[in-house]
Ligand binder design. Structure first.
Ligand SMILES: Nc1nc2c(c(=O)[nH]1)N[C@H]1C(S)=C(S)[C@@H](COP(=O)(O)O)O[C@H]1N2
Ligand SMILES: [Mo]
Length: 415
């Protein structure tokens, strides 16, 4: 079922289904990722819920516990002012707690969601929250296994976040289409600027709580650990909970291990993002692994917006040939940037890797006369350039030329 809906993806795990957006669509779809290309993150199966019978339950520390049919939630007369607005979902992840869901740089997307702010529903339907209520818990209809126990997916966000008007949305539409089943139909939460894990899909119950949810996803996963923590002294009490997304970016083109034949300049393209209401101010690419940094020109970035990524491109001067390492880092509106190396901010749990993204490429600089000549020779002999490890059938330097050079600069001292 899933692979039919999401066939053109980088499938990272079959069950629970997890898939990344392909690089060509991150760059090709532009500012908004199309639904059929948008990355998918699941911890369990995909529930099948009939939207006509669906009711959202809200309970716990609210004045009036309620059950709201979906059609009432969608009714602007009941929750006035509901309108389309940009809400951004954002979830980079290089690494994950599931050893077999090896997330790369494609676990990110930007979509426009339509729904109703949770704040409004609590106010209008529940007559507000009780004074001791300071968190809202979201429970999804899917189940997953953790350490031999079965749970519903449950996470929470602080009331302070909900109170920020439209930053926590109950959404039923994605990019102008009904919310696809794989993305949480009939109803999901979208928490702008927070890690994706808080944006509960298939949400059927919301509880007001005095402290964060005890769901294992909230308490035991998505933690940031001290560098010294290893497999055998990892106490979950040592990790702090990741809520807002840090600043992060990635090079999507070229790809690591690519061979690039160029004329002294290489073009790089990618995405950059920052969470928590910060926006991307500057993107920089380094041609030497993180000492020299070239800044992307403002006109080569898509516009800045709260909770939205910026796509960027830059041409970097490259003289050297052979294997070179390039990396990207981003600065946001609070002057946050990314650790230069993954080891300088290592998280044992592998969640939310946000160090400068690195790629290695094999540079072939055609602006060097010898390289140009060799490329021409290959062309004339109708020999492909790749793979670079291929032995060549001909010598590049004629013996006479070698001898002439040798006479000019002998190898050994003359006497
Ligand atoms: N009910 C439920 N909600 C969930 C999850 C889940 O497994 N079950 N995964 C979360 C995680 S970790 C992420 S990154 C996002 C992914 O949303 P998407 O699949 O629509 O891209 O959903 C979140 N909401
Ligand atoms: Mo996630």
């Amino acid at each position: 079922m899933v692979k039919k809906e999401k066939h053109d993806m980088l499938h990272v795990l079959d069950f629970p289904y997890n898939g990344e957006t392909l690089a060509k669509y991150i760059l090709g779809d532009g500012k908004i990722t199309q639904n059929r290309h948008h990355f998918v993150r699941n911890h369990g199966g995909v529930p099948d819920i009939d939207p006509d019978c669906f009711e959202l339950e809200i309970g716990g520390l609210v004045n009036i516990p309620v059950r709201i049919p979906l059609r009432d939630l969608k009714d602007p007369a009941k929750f006035p002012g509901t309108r389309r607005r940009e809400q951004i979902e954002e979830y980079p992840g290089d690494g994950d707690e599931l050893i077999n869901a090896p997330w790369g740089e494609g676990a990110i997307g930007t979509a426009v969601y339509r729904g109703v702010p949770l704040k409004k529903v609590i106010k209008i339907a529940c007559g507000g929250k009780l004074p001791e209520c300071s968190h809202f818990e979201f429970i999804g209809a899917d189940t997953y296994f953790k350490k031999k126990e079965v749970y519903n997916y449950a996470v929470s966000v602080p009331w302070r976040k909900v109170r920020n008007n439209e930053e926590v949305l109950l959404a039923w539409e994605m990019n102008g289409e009904p919310l696809p089943r794989i993305h949480g139909a009939p109803l999901r939460v979208v928490v702008a600027g927070y890690i994706g894990a808080r944006s509960c899909k298939w949400v059927y119950r919301i509880n007001g709580l005095s402290e964060p949810s005890f769901g294992p996803v909230q308490r035991q996963e998505y933690l940031y650990y001290n560098q010294q923590i290893g497999k055998h002294n990892v106490y979950i009490s040592n990790g702090f909970s990741i809520q807002a997304m840090p600043v992060s970016s990635a090079i999507m083109s070229p790809k690591t291990k690519d061979t690039i034949i160029h004329d002294g300049k290489i073009e790089f393209k990618g995405w950059a993002y920052s969470g928590n209401g910060n926006w991307v101010e500057r993107v920089e690419v380094s041609p030497d692994g993180g000492h020299i940094w070239y800044a992307v020109a403002p006109e080569d970035m898509t516009e800045k917006y709260y909770y939205a990524w910026r796509l960027w491109k830059i041409e970097v001067p490259v003289d050297a040939e052979g294997w070179l390492e390039f990396c990207v880092r981003t600065w946001d509106s609070s002057n946050n940037t990314e650790p230069t190396y993954v080891r300088s901010a290592w998280n044992w749990d592998l969640h939310v890797t946000s160090s400068a993204h690195r790629i290695k490429i094999f540079s072939v600089n055609r602006s060097k006369p010898a390289t140009a000549k060799r490329l021409k020779q290959l062309e004339e002999l109708n020999e492909p350039f790749l793979p670079i490890t291929k032995p060549l059938e001909f010598t590049i330097q004629k013996f006479e030329d070698y001898e002439a050079e040798y006479k000019k600069y002998p190898r050994e001292p003359l006497e």
